[in-house]
Design a protein around this ligand. Structure first.
Ligand code: TA6
Length: 292
């Protein structure tokens, strides 16, 4: 119990803006901006260093969903990661830290491949950046994997949230036996058990009515899919590490490689990234900023 429970790394940018990572799964367990928590963590979440942490941003790899060889959502979220570079203040005031996970006896007992993942987190004033590199050091063996950031956003009332950027996308609906549908709504809302894998989604989603009624922009790169999840009433009761009354206060918007696994050839690497940005009304979108 002791080792895992105490292994947290804190990025502190000052101004009550911090990001806390638990080495168990390199799970981001808190992102506070001016003292306001942006992420949901269940009050029943387990920090025993064994079970996945129910909330924050668990790191899903190398499998999304049920797995015949190993645990649901893979082993990365239940394995202890290494802190490669302790939190460091950059010249522009941002704070950066780098974590890594390599194959070990446990991972090879489930998935017999060599790999190395680097996970660089950068805490900015109103943004959190995630840069991921997956490397295949093998001389002759390729491997395939899924990868996903299982982001639990904290929301005052999920029924008031709207998600953009899904219109026209095809999705696998896990609440309807995995049947495939096409999204007809301009903005997606959540008013029931929702568990959908949207495929080939655009690089940007805006989620409205997150903490303090603000909007959150999720910008992703090399993560072609977006999973939207809320367990609602019945599924909440099935989870021992999730309160029956907590579903209105969380919304999972998860950027990932789910529908088409990545094939990584020997000696090659794969990079992906995500940016979570709190939108202060009037601040310009990432695209416009770049076009300036
Ligand atoms: O990402 C959505 C999902 O795959 C749902 O199907 C639900 O199972 C959720 O993940 C939580 O999974 P977990 O293994 O953390 O209980």
């Amino acid at each position: 119990m002791a080792a895992a429970a105490t292994s947290v790394v804190v990025l502190d940018r000052g101004n009550n803006t911090t990001c806390t990572i638990n080495l168990h799964g390199a799970t981001v367990v808190s992102w506070r901006v001016n003292n306001q928590e942006q992420l949901f963590v269940s009050k029943l979440a387990s920090f025993d260093g064994k079970k996945a942490i129910r909330g924050g941003i668990p790191f899903v790899f190398p499998q999304f969903g049920p797995w015949s060889f190993g645990p649901q959502h893979g082993f990365a979220r239940i394995t202890r990661w290494h802190l490669d570079r302790a939190p460091e203040r950059l010249h522009n005031g941002d704070v950066e830290a780098i974590f890594s996970l390599m194959d070990n006896e446990f991972t090879r007992s489930i998935w017999n491949y060599q790999f190395r993942i680097t996970y660089r987190l950068i805490l900015r004033e109103k943004e959190l950046h995630f840069h991921i590199g997956v490397y295949n050091p093998s001389k002759d063996l390729s491997f395939t994997f899924n990868m996903l950031l299982h982001t639990y956003l904290k929301v005052p009332d999920v029924r008031r949230c709207q998600i953009t950027g899904l219109h026209g996308c095809h999705f696998i609906d896990k609440t309807r036996e995995g049947a495939m549908y096409q999204e007809g709504r301009e903005v997606v809302t959540v008013n029931e058990w929702t568990d959908r894998i949207y495929q080939h989604t655009p690089q940007e989603h805006v989620i409205t009515n997150v903490v303090s009624g603000r909007k959150m922009r999720l910008h992703k790169y090399n993560f072609p899919d977006t999973v939207i999840w809320n367990p609602w009433i019945d599924r909440s009761r099935e989870m021992s590490d999730f309160g029956d009354d907590e579903f209105p206060n969380m919304l999972c918007v998860e950027a990932g490689n789910v529908s088409s696994p990545v094939i990584l050839l020997p000696g090659t690497a794969y990079e992906a990234s995500q940016i979570l940005q709190i939108i202060i009304e009037g601040n310009v979108s990432r695209k416009t900023k770049r076009n300036r």
